[in-house]
Every structure is written in structure tokens, then in C-alpha cells.
Design a protein around this ligand. Structure first.
Ligand code: RP5
Length: 167
């Protein structure tokens, strides 16, 4: 198994039903990744060690999902120079999801977190693939092929609808 170049982390195992979409996409692209739990609040020292060592371990992009007072993506971004993609999660302790979105999105100048939609773990993985694909031809070609598959699917549905009619 190749060395992970993407790290998928989440604040709790309760985030996995959302975050598994990132793992599934990365697996479908043959992009080596690791996946684990790192909690900003419950395992602050583990978060520090994780973020400080990620680059030296060969990680190129970090995807971090968290719900409620979602400090994980921002704190990890403050401890590394790697790109961090944040996934706001509507968790059991979220009011309505906006708490997670704003906690991840509203970062101060200098410490960016690329924030995807609420529960948007798949888009986080696609964005990670795009970042990697800008300097890796194989991944870049896979991303292009994936984009083409989306276009082809819509064109096929449009053709089907036009031929069969809306009824
Ligand atoms: C956050 O609190 C986690 O990311 C999760 O979304 C939420 C709830 O965690 P559990 O109480 O289910 O472990 O830190």
C-alpha cells in the first residue's frame, strides 16, 4: 500500500457517516490516504502532534471534518503550512449546521481553511484531488475524466428526457 498523501481527520467517530464520502472518492481515484479521529477539544495534544508532523510524513492535503464548535480545521491550519479543507458537519451537537459552517469558514486573515458545503465531504475529496492533480499528471487526468463523467451523465439524462418526454 502506498504512503498516504491525503489525511482525512474528523472530530469524532460520529462524523464518519458524513466523512466516509471523502474516503470513498479518494479510494475510487487510487489516491493513498489515511483516515482517523483527531479532536481539537478532547485530544488537543494529539491534534498538535498530528498537524506538526503531517508534512514530514508526506501528507500533501488535509481534509478535516467537525461539527458544532468546529475548531479542528482552523486549529490544524494554524499548526501546518499544508492546505486544509474543512468540512462542516451537522452533528448531534450542532444547532442547525450554521455553527459548524461559521466556525470553519470565518478564519482570520493569514490562516485559510477551504470550506466546503455542510456535510460536503465528497467535494472536499474532489478539491484535494484537484490540488494534487495540479502537479501530478496521473491524478490530474483522473480528475479530468471524473469531470467528463459528470458531463456525460447529464447529457445522457437530457437526451433521455428529450426523447421520452417529461410525462
Ligand atoms: C465535534 O463534536 C465532532 O466533530 C462531532 O461532530 C461533534 C459530536 O461529537 P460526539 O459527541 O458525537 O463524539 O467535536
Amino acid at each position: 500500500m502506498s504512503k498516504a498523501i491525503v489525511s482525512v481527520i474528523m472530530g469524532s467517530d460520529s462524523d464518519l457517516p458524513v466523512m466516509r464520502a471523502a474516503a470513498e472518492f479518494l479510494e475510487s481515484m487510487d489516491i493513498p490516504f489515511e483516515l482517523t479521529i483527531v479532536s481539537a477539544h478532547r485530544t488537543a495534544e494529539r491534534m498538535f502532534d498530528f498537524a506538526k508532523s503531517a508534512s514530514d510524513r508526506g501528507i500533501k492535503v488535509i481534509i478535516a471534518g467537525a461539527g458544532g464548535a468546529a475548531h479542528l480545521p482552523g486549529m490544524v491550519a494554524s499548526l501546518t503550512s499544508l492546505p486544509v479543507i474543512g468540512v462542516p458537519i451537522k452533528s448531534s451537537n450542532s444547532i442547525d449546521g450554521w455553527d459548524s459552517i461559521l466556525s470553519i469558514l470565518q478564519m482570520p486573515n493569514g490562516i485559510p481553511v477551504a470550506t466546503v458545503a455542510l456535510n460536503g465531504a465528497k467535494n472536499a475529496a474532489i478539491l484535494a484531488a484537484r490540488i494534487l492533480g495540479s502537479s501530478d499528471d496521473k491524478i490530474g487526468s483522473q480528475v479530468k475524466a471524473y469531470n467528463k463523467s459528470l458531463t456525460d451523465a447529464v447529457l445522457s439524462k437530457a437526451k433521455n428526457l428529450e426523447e421520452k418526454g417529461w410525462k
